[in-house]
Design a protein around this ligand. Structure first.
Ligand SMILES: C[S@@+](CC[C@H](N)C(=O)[O-])C[C@H]1O[C@@H](n2cnc3c(N)ncnc32)[C@H](O)[C@@H]1O
Length: 303
């Protein structure tokens, strides 16, 4: 099961690549560059802390898309040990693909490319309980994270890490839409129960409407919202086959939804209907006919 978690997170990379709102990302990137300039004259790196960093795909993406300033210290925290181990194993190759020369360090890696220097510290821990470093962070990244934690606690933990005027970048924050095509008569019920599971049933905190909640929770927590935009996952086959590893992504999502449905009593959804819905979706996936659209918000804020 743990392997499946990391496979899901790795397969999510290309789906997120397409979904990320470029306007919000550009503003984050410009904000990071400005913080490097503000610190010019010193050799101090721009400090980024990532909460719930998963297998490290955001680090690889920001590096390969050229969104990182020349000198960066990147602290990536995830509470799942196997997930951080996966990042430790795969991130060097992803950064090499992005043109960096990489050497491993005790707790992560050092990547260099021309005048660029990126230190990555990979850490297992509860991001919401980490103590700050001596130097406050220029940015906190929380990708696909604020919908699986208590929002107020997370915003306050990010504030603790951030320097005054530091940036909080929260892309792929789920915002209450999971649609499959072709339509199935049970879709409406499945979607309602799946979202209610996030809000009320699962042990883990979080919300199915974290994206829109964020827009009001940020000012309440002392942040200015700088930018917000839609970032929808759209996964569709091309000539009957899914690109990259996106069939793994869809299979994992179907499994997650089915796991949520399994927690309800038969009066909400009987086992036969549940099985029929899943089998139909799996058959469509196998035949390369299944399409997913899932709604998220990307938000950038200043502390
Ligand atoms: C949906 S995944 C997103 C991972 C990554 N940001 C991405 O977009 O691929 C959420 C991640 O948050 C981690 N997580 C959840 N609660 C956490 C916490 N309190 N501290 C650190 N990591 C946490 C999980 O282990 C998981 O890897």
């Amino acid at each position: 099961m743990t392997d499946a978690v990391q496979a899901f997170l790795a397969s999510k990379r290309t789906v997120d690549d397409r979904a990320l709102n470029r306007r919000v990302l550009e503003q984050f990137s410009t904000g990071l560059a400005r913080r490097q300039r503000d610190g010019s004259g010193t050799a101090e790196p721009v400090r980024i802390v990532e909460f719930g960093a998963g297998v490290g795909t955001m680090i690889a993406r920001l590096a390969s898309w050229g969104h990182l300033p020349d000198r960066v210290s990147y602290r990536a925290i995830d509470r799942n040990e196997e997930t951080i181990a996966y990042a430790r194993e795969h991130l060097p190759a992803w950064l090499e693909d992005a043109g960096y020369e990489v050497s491993r360090s005790d707790d992560g890696l050092l990547a260099r490319s021309g005048k660029r220097r990126l230190e990555v510290h990979l850490e297992v821990g509860d991001a919401l309980a980490v103590t700050g470093e001596e130097t406050a962070a220029d940015a906190v990244v929380a990708a696909a994270f604020l919908d699986v934690v208590d929002l107020e606690t997370a915003l306050s933990a990010a504030r603790e890490q951030l320097a005054d005027d530091g940036l909080l970048y929260a892309p792929i924050t789920f915002d209450g839409g999971t649609t499959f095509v072709p339509p199935h008569p049970l879709d409406e019920r499945v979607e309602r129960l799946y979202h209610r599971h996030m809000d009320e049933v699962r042990d883990q905190p979080g919300s199915s409407q974290a994206g829109r909640d964020l827009l009001t929770a940020l000012p309440d927590a002392g942040y200015d919202v700088l930018a917000a935009g839609g970032a929808d996952w759209i996964v569709r086959p091309r000539e009957g086959a899914y690109p990259h590893d996106e069939s793994t992504f869809l299979e994992s999502l179907l499994e997650t939804i089915d796991g949520a449905l399994a927690d309800y009593p038969e009066t909400e959804l009987d086992a036969t209907s549940r099985r029929q819905w899943l089998e139909t979706r799996r058959d469509q996936l196998e035949r390369g006919e299944l399409v997913l659209v899932a709604h998220h918000l990307d938000v950038l804020a200043r502390a």
